[in-house]
Design a protein. Sequence first.
Length: 203
Amino acid sequence: MKKKDNYTVFEYNPKYKMRIKTNEELRYDFDLGEFEINQNPMGEENSKPIYHVEILPNYHQISFSTLYRNKEKSVVLKCRNKVDAVLYAFFSFVRENKLMVGENDLDSIQIIILNDLIDRIDIYKQDNECELLDSLCIVRKNDDLFIEKCLPSYSLDKIVCMKIDSNNNMLIDREDGMTDVYHIDSQTIIIDLMKEILENTHL
């Protein structure tokens, strides 16, 4: 059985949160412009500030301190795969440059990776009234990746190639010769991160 702790997760919900989950779960507070550690990732969120942050130049390790039960605790996050290093570099960039939600951030994005293999991608496009405009669901079943659709009827098609082009379209080539296109409405830093994640993972 695969342990949930082995998964790497990136989630960007412009209406609620951004989180990076590797050895621990880090959440970004849009109002404060700071990352915090979620000390209760399996239950009700309990996020606490982090400080004394140190990042190795190759982004293979992050260390910081936080308060846990009123005592200072040291935390070390070490890379377990290529994507962890990509996310630690992203963490470093956002800490230095901050991240603001853009007007065109319509997509809520979640990418789950296991051992540099894409395990699942969920994207939901919503307008300002939270009405669902479009969605994309990519799932792993056994050793293959599929695009899953529920409308107009249920379908499951094997994916052979996937990339994001210069127009921010995710192009999903299927085994049956067809290509699905999903336009990503998000800010450049998020789309660039998605491209880098795809470049450092396998189908």
